[in-house]
Design a protein around this ligand. Structure first.
Ligand SMILES: [Zn+2]
Length: 423
């Protein structure tokens, strides 16, 4: 039975992969709708032939990797349970120490290590892909360093969460999901508060804007939006990537707007001011707080469903998955698997909400800067530097796009430009 289940799971994953290969490479039509041909959203008007070809090619492979990687994780956790690895990790942990917490730490290190090994090939392919297409220019040692920081950061976080979680499961097998959720609120807020000052600097260097002339312009814009000046930062990314980005991060006194230095290097001042105004909208309209609120609501539902599904799976498949009791640490891969499935299922909704905020931010930015030419060219440059698809396939859009497609973004700016001219 166990071997049969394993074979079926692998087959299901292969069929799923083939489906997405067919969908992304043969079925999906990413051609521009004819009414946009020749408009400023038409990539043929701002990319050269080589860039056009590369952006299609790169996006297709990238999308395929995206759709493969998450279900690959599920397959990994499933096989880990099925073939008794989780049980073995627990045995190794128990034979190395008699202290409960140390046993947990050892179990977790084995699980994390195997997960790292299993996901390494896909991560490495993704890294070499962005190098081949000159999106990334990060050296292998620097990339590996980031991977290792990821590893230890995740390990550290789970080392705090997992012992508490399993203690709650033991104490209350009917309500652990609720208590766990209540505890997750202060923890999430604390991590969000630390993010910009403790976590992000582990990966990159952050500093106040270096270009003082530009800083003055940005500060006068910030004043218009009522944002205190100490909230604008520059981050050194040029050694790692050629793509452009800016974002808002952190909460409370640590909230800040961050600009990648690549953005500062590649765009002119008016373009940067448009991007800044967009980020300022996220800050002013407190999109991060709405995001946290939505996340907490979803995680309550998610933890409840995880509780139900874990009980169901343990009852139905406990023998095959080698889990006798949900509150036994051996069930952790099941917990991760279910959580990851639920997050994937929720992503169309969270992405939809995010796209709504992004649309608002674009509108706010153009109203504030009133320079559609700069806005449109900045988006064109963003597309070129990231080789991003202007008009992504439907499934890619709903599962992957936290921002509206460039087709939508540029064409609404163009509408604004026409309105402005007719005034
Ligand atoms: Zn945004």
């Amino acid at each position: 039975m166990v071997r049969k289940m394993g074979v079926y799971a692998v087959l299901a994953f292969c069929l799923y992969g083939l489906f997405f290969y067919w969908y992304l490479f043969y079925f999906a039509d990413t051609k521009l709708p004819f009414e946009y041909e020749g408009s400023k959203a038409d990539p043929a008007t701002f990319l050269n032939g080589r860039e056009l070809m590369l952006s299609e090619e790169y996006s297709k492979i990238r999308n395929l990797l995206f759709f493969l990687s998450t279900p690959f994780e599920w397959l990994f956790y499933f096989l880990l349970l099925l073939f008794g690895f989780s049980r073995a990790f627990k045995r190794w942990a128990e034979s190395s120490s008699k202290y409960k917490f140390l046993q947990m730490a050892i179990y977790l290190i084995w699980l994390s290590f195997f997960a790292f090994l299993a996901t390494f090939p896909l991560n490495y392919i993704s890294y070499t892909l962005s190098k081949t297409y000159h999106i990334s220019n990060q050296s292998f040692p620097s990339w590996m360093k980031d991977e290792l920081i990821d590893f230890w950061l995740n390990y550290g976080t789970w080392l705090i969460i997992v012992p508490v979680l399993y203690w709650l499961m033991k104490k209350s097998n009917k309500r652990w999901w609720l208590y766990g959720w209540l505890l997750s609120i202060p923890f999430t807020l604390f991590m969000m508060f630390l993010q910009p000052v403790v976590i992000d600097p582990l990966y990159n260097d952050f500093y106040q804007l270096k270009n003082k002339e530009l800083e003055t312009k940005i500060l006068s814009l910030a004043e218009k939006a009522d944002i205190p000046a100490q909230h604008v930062f520059e981050v050194n990314m040029a050694d790692k990537t050629n793509s452009l980005n800016a974002y808002v991060t952190g909460i409370g006194s640590n909230a800040r707007i961050v600009l990648w230095d690549t953005t500062l290097n590649r765009l002119n001042d008016n373009q940067i001011l448009f991007i800044m105004a967009h980020e300022m909208c996220h800050y002013v309209e407190k999109h991060i707080y709405f995001g946290i609120g939505g996340y907490l609501l979803l995680s309550l539902l998610g933890l409840y469903l995880t509780y139900r599904l874990m009980n169901w799976a343990t009852k139905r498949w406990g023998k095959e998955l080698k889990i006798t009791d949900v509150a036994d640490i051996r069930s952790l891969p099941l917990f991760f698997m279910i959580l990851s499935m639920l997050m994937f299922a929720a992503s169309p909704f969270t992405n939809f909400a995010s796209r709504y905020q992004e649309t608002r931010a674009d509108k706010y930015a153009i109203e504030m800067t009133k320079n559609p030419e700069a806005a449109i060219t900045s988006f064109q440059e963003l597309s070129r530097s990231g080789l991003s698809q202007i008009n992504p396939p439907f499934l890619v859009k709903i599962f992957r796009y936290t921002h509206p497609s460039m087709l939508d973004r540029i064409s609404s700016l163009e509408e604004y430009e026409i309105k402005l001219k007719n005034k």
